[in-house]
Design a protein around this ligand. Structure first.
Ligand SMILES: Nc1ncnc2c1ncn2[C@@H]1O[C@H](COP(=O)(O)OP(=O)(O)OP(=O)(O)O)[C@@H](O)[C@H]1O
Length: 366
């Protein structure tokens, strides 16, 4: 990807750090815009990566360059201290000052930014996070979701060149998570500030991220576009029950009689329950490998309406001996199917084989 080679428009972080019993050793080359998710098991080093990039942890060997700004370079003994790095950091629990109103908490965060350098206007932040009506409240009178929105607003008002978010939804229940996700999606769509987003949740990652870094035991075992990385069969995410792909589609048609919407993408189209988006709007959806079945010919008279012509890329083992994961290609759109080994043999599912994939259900994101 050319953008990752242009230092003006990319994030580069080479980090080496030793803790007793844990070694972080990663080199991240990420796009300088959009949301990059850092994903991995507990203890894989996600938070440590963010802390090193922020300068909260001093990596023994490091080079951190954010869209052309060098924050750290151990080769030349450069270490920009954390308060001089233009970054916003959003934690699980925002630490708002309890004795200051929301407005004063936000103003406090802005103090260290010269008026001339303010890139994200106040009104825009209020509108993006929907907190204009909360300004005179004291923090203890906010719900968990509102507090987190204020925390994110405070980070944005410092006009950061980079936003670091460490499981910002982890402390919220499902209802509050669903409430706040649309605000995060708006940030993603409306702001040019790159975001590094730590999460444990595949759904959150699928919904918000464009780019994915997979961490394991302090190493980045994969990094790349979200869609391509989720479709890789050589990574641990492919083995488990969570395997699935992300498809970027466009709304092409509404059927009012049956209350359905057609989404088109390269390689096919699917019908889903009626969506509010207008024709031409983009929409992402996730197809779990468990929800894809395969057949030699299109199935006549089936209740499944969503069938695509595909060719087999690869077949790999999964975490259970009875199942395999079949990597498929629908004219450039990757798809995965988790089927029994027996079915794979009966279908003759070997690389190059042309088959039909039936998509039983999709999870719409957004
Ligand atoms: N200050 C520290 N001193 C020593 N070891 C540490 C320190 N901070 C983290 N570690 C260790 O480094 C490893 C990585 O921790 P880190 O918090 O980065 O993982 P994580 O992927 O963010 O995990 P989680 O998802 O549970 O938050 C862990 O083994 C942890 O115990």
């Amino acid at each position: 990807m050319s953008s990752t080679h242009n230092p003006e428009k990319s994030i580069h972080a080479r980090l080496r750090l030793d803790y007793p019993g844990f070694e972080l050793d990663v080199e991240l080359n990420l796009p300088g815009h959009g949301v990059t998710a850092l994903f991995g098991h507990s203890g894989s080093g996600k938070t440590t990566c963010l802390r090193c990039i922020a300068g909260l942890e001093r990596a023994q060997q490091a080079r951190v360059e954010i869209n052309g700004e060098l924050w750290q370079d151990s080769a030349s003994a450069l270490f920009v201290p954390v308060h001089r790095r233009a970054l916003g950091y959003v934690f699980q629990e925002p630490s708002l000052f309890p004795h200051l109103s929301v407005r004063r908490n936000l103003q406090y965060g802005m103090r260290r930014v010269d008026a001339g350098l303010r890139k994200v206007p106040w009104d825009r932040v209020m509108q993006l996070l929907g907190i204009g009506h909360l300004l005179e409240r004291m923090p203890q009178r906010l719900s968990g979701g509102e507090r987190q929105r204020v925390g994110i607003a405070r980070a944005l008002l410092t006009s950061p060149r980079l936003l670091l978010m460490d499981e910002p939804l982890a402390a919220l229940d499902l209802k509050r998570k669903n409430e706040i996700l649309p605000y995060l999606e708006r940030l993603h769509d409306d702001l040019e500030i790159p975001i590094l987003y730590v999460s444990h949740s595949p759904d959150e990652v699928a919904r918000l991220a464009d780019h994915l870094v997979l961490l394991e035991d302090g190493r980045a075992i994969a990094q790349g576009g979200l869609q391509q990385t989720l479709a890789r069969l050589d990574l641990p995410i492919a083995f488990g029950e969570d395997a699935g792909v992300l498809i970027q589609s466009t709304v092409s048609e509404h059927d009012d009689r049956y209350q359905l919407t057609r989404l088109v993408f390269r390689g096919g189209n699917v019908l889903v329950a009626r969506r509010p988006e207008a024709i031409g709007q983009p929409l992402r959806f996730r197809v779990s490998a468990r929800d894809v079945s395969l057949s030699i010919a299109p199935i006549e008279g089936s209740s499944i309406t969503n069938a695509l012509a595909v060719s087999v890329r690869e077949v790999v083992a999964t975490d259970t001996p009875a199942h395999v994961l079949v990597g498929l290609d629908a004219d450039g759109t990757p798809l995965l199917a988790r089927i029994t080994r027996r079915s794979a043999d009966q279908l003759g599912a070997t690389p190059g084989r042309r088959l039909w994939a039936q998509i039983k259900s999709v999870a719409l994101l957004g």
